[in-house]
Design a protein around this ligand. Sequence first.
Ligand code: BDR
Ligand code: CA
Length: 331
Amino acid sequence: MRVILDCDPGIDDTYAIIFLTAAAHAGLIELDCVTTTSGNVPADQCAQNAGWILGLCGLPIIPLAAGLPAPLEVELTTTPETHGATGLGYAEAPARHVEHDWDTLWIDSIERGTDDLHLIVTGPLTNLAAFAHAHPEHFAKLRHITVMGGAVHYPGNTTPSAEWNFWVDPHAAADVFAMTPTPITLCSLGVTERMLLTPAALAELVEKLGGSPLAEYLEDITRFYFEFHDEVGEGYQAQIHDLLTALIALDLVDAAVEETTVDVEADSELMRGTSVADLRGIWEREPNVRLVTGADVDAAWERFAWACGVHAKVAAGDAEIAELRHQRADD
Ligand code: BDR
Ligand code: CA
């Protein structure tokens, strides 16, 4: 399986990168590229963050590019109060040169074949919508798309009815669901909010990271997110939405799924970014979504603990990991 990750790191996006790089080290996936979208912080900052995390994860060579600087029609809003001034809580990525040929990376990947290619989007849908408009023939070839976004018949986390990723770029979200020829797997807030991390569980994960350079920074990155969730009344813990989304995309946790049709309100101020699923088929439209309605979050955390162990082995130059990499290079 090959993966494109389009993300806005972002603290929970960082957890998705940590998992996907472990999966790449272990030969479960090939990580074709990482691109960034403007959301939690601007896309260029997200690319700096992603590049730093990829390096800490031992995969600085993964092709990386920043996506579009702003949503399709509305002004960019970022959320430093949720993810910290530069998006990684109390940690800060070193400055780096940022590439911008994100759509070339996607096209190259798509041209290698799409039967086994999974696009995972854990930020606003700006890049994906722009890609659908600019490269419709390539967009149409994408057969496996998984998105974190939306609060489907569930309270929003940005307005009473809207989730952050859809609210930031509501026109992009509306366009993607209107244009996709293949149902998109949608991991919305009602499910991803259950992927809860506590300080005690984090301490165990850091322990599992062993000598990985990530171990030095993960607590600093995550503590800010604990504090944010505490301030908004969720308790001193954190919802790691984007990690669960990546695991569901890779089919590594059991999930309940319902095919339905989703639309997103883009133009009204009150309902901006609100997603609606036509669960009764009233619109009589083709399904455009595989709506995830439940997931085994305990299994998901077990998978992540495994990923931390992989990073420890990578850092230790473990022979087993070297062998897995070697096998992958030969395939
Ligand atoms: C989503 O919003 C962002 O802040 C997170 O990274 C996640 O993708 C949750 O609503
Ligand atoms: Ca995100």
